[in-house]
Design a protein around this ligand. Structure first.
Ligand SMILES: Nc1ncnc2c1ncn2[C@@H]1O[C@H](COP(=O)(O)OP(=O)(O)OP(=O)(O)O)[C@@H](O)[C@H]1O
Ligand SMILES: [Mg+2]
Length: 400
């Protein structure tokens, strides 16, 4: 007899302990797969240790019994018919867990003694030996893979839900912004124009008390418009829709213009802007309007947070390859705990309703975004009670 068939015979002919004792049986017992063999009479002739553990059926209980006796619950199921086909037609099959819900009733015991059904992938193969047909069934535990798939499915579902929510928020935001832009800005501009005309006296002199009220209404309308414009700017920056016309800009000319425009504001706070150090004829790589917007914010901030009668110094100097504009005040300084948040949207050291200064806390976050878009930067040095120096760095450029 051929040695292979000897090995097979040793585990097929004698049910019980003998197969486990053979070398072949010992090797099969070490397998990390479930293995059993069915002969042409549909009787189980091999049952490895993995099968015994997972089915709780000892080898002695199954060897010599038919497949249907051992697994009565699988009668009429695909797995049973596939074994029949392997024996009769000699064709192999793979049964995956996702397509065949009813595979073998096998369980794994976890540490706590709780038994969990094993998710399986099953290969059914015909084998011939000594002219006799057998069918080998190999079972792989795919539970960890199924669990990973389940986790991935849950994560994918969550990511989809989060994306939907983000899209919804973004849609809402753009609708809101366009409402602000069209439904509020336009009528507000017209209200401001009308109030301005009335308070200027062009429409006839008003009693003092009435004029005072109209001026207050006019100022507040102006503030609302500033806020709306800031919100629209933030929206444009965040959606990448803020247009920049970058080119060589005569820095001193823009700076003088900004100082002139802020002079009345400075007077309100009783401060004086002093152009201390200049660089005549220097050109920088910038968008004139946006640079003006940043300078306006730094100059108005310095005025707001300075004591009455103080000076605000402006210096223009070379800083490596960049040109630096400094706005130095001798005011309150910025509290340490607020410094890290100063460039965030709507952040103000004093966010209370009772604060003395106006503004919405958007100026610096807009300024930072603008400076970065122009390839420059913004920063500050401050000492509480002594004052603050805000500076912007801009790339130097050959004049136009
Ligand atoms: N020179 C400064 N000295 C002290 N604190 C400052 C100075 N500049 C800015 N801050 C602090 O940073 C906050 C944010 O400034 P930012 O310019 O962003 O907003 P704002 O001036 O309050 O309002 P907006 O500029 O939108 O009208 C200010 O409210 C203030 O608390
Ligand atoms: Mg400001």
């Amino acid at each position: 007899m051929h040695s292979d068939s000897n090995a097979l015979n040793s585990i097929t002919t004698e049910p019980g302990a003998s197969d486990a004792d053979s070398l072949f049986g010992k090797v099969l017992d070490l397998s990390e797969h479930g293995l059993f063999l069915v002969d042409s009479a549909r009787k189980i002739v091999l049952w490895n240790e993995w099968m015994a553990q997972a089915s709780s059926l000892a080898r002695g209980d199954v060897i010599g019994r038919t497949f249907n006796e051992v697994f009565p619950e699988l009668a009429g199921k695909r797995v049973a018919s596939v074994i029949e086909t392997a024996l009769d037609m000699r064709t192999a099959s793979l049964l995956s867990r996702s397509l065949n819900k009813s595979l073998f009733p096998l369980f794994s015991a976890n540490g706590g003694g709780e038994r969990k059904r094993i998710e399986q992938s099953v290969i059914v193969k015909p084998i011939q030996c000594d002219g006799r047909n057998y069918c080998l069934v190999q079972i792989t535990d795919v539970t960890p893979m199924v669990q990973r798939e389940e986790v991935l499915r849950v994560l994918a579902r969550e990511a989809e839900a989060a994306q939907k929510a983000a899209e919804e928020i973004s849609r809402f935001k753009s609708e809101f912004t366009s409402t602000v832009s069209h439904e509020l800005r336009t009528p507000l501009t017209s209200i401001r124009g009308s109030l301005g005309l009335v308070s200027s006296g062009v429409m006839g002199e008003l009693p003092l008390e009435v004029n005072k009220l109209v001026s207050i209404a006019c100022n507040n309308t102006e503030r609302l418009l500033f806020l709306i414009n800031d919100i629209l700017d933030i929206d444009k920056i965040e959606s990448g829709k803020m247009d920049f016309v970058i080119g060589p800009v005569d820095l001193m000319a823009v700076l003088r213009q900004a100082l002139e425009a802020n002079q009345p504001y400075g007077e309100q706070y009783k401060i004086r802007y002093v152009l201390n150090q200049v660089m005549a004829g220097v050109a920088v790589r910038a968008d004139t309007d946006r640079l003006m917007q940043v300078l306006n914010n730094l100059l108005s901030n310095a005025a707001k947070f300075s004591p009455e009668g103080a000076e605000v110094e402006i210096n223009v100097l070379q800083n490596g390859a960049m040109i630096r504009v400094e706005v130095k005040d001798f005011g309150t300084g910025i509290p340490l705990q607020f410094q890290s948040r100063i460039f965030e949207k709507f952040s103000q050291a004093d966010g209370s309703d009772t604060r003395k200064t106006g503004g919405t806390g958007l100026g610096l976050s807009i300024s930072k975004a603008i400076m970065e878009k122009m390839g420059g930067g913004i920063g500050f040095e401050t000492e509480e009670g002594k004052g603050t120096t805000f500076y912007i760095d801009i790339c130097e450029m050959a004049p136009a």
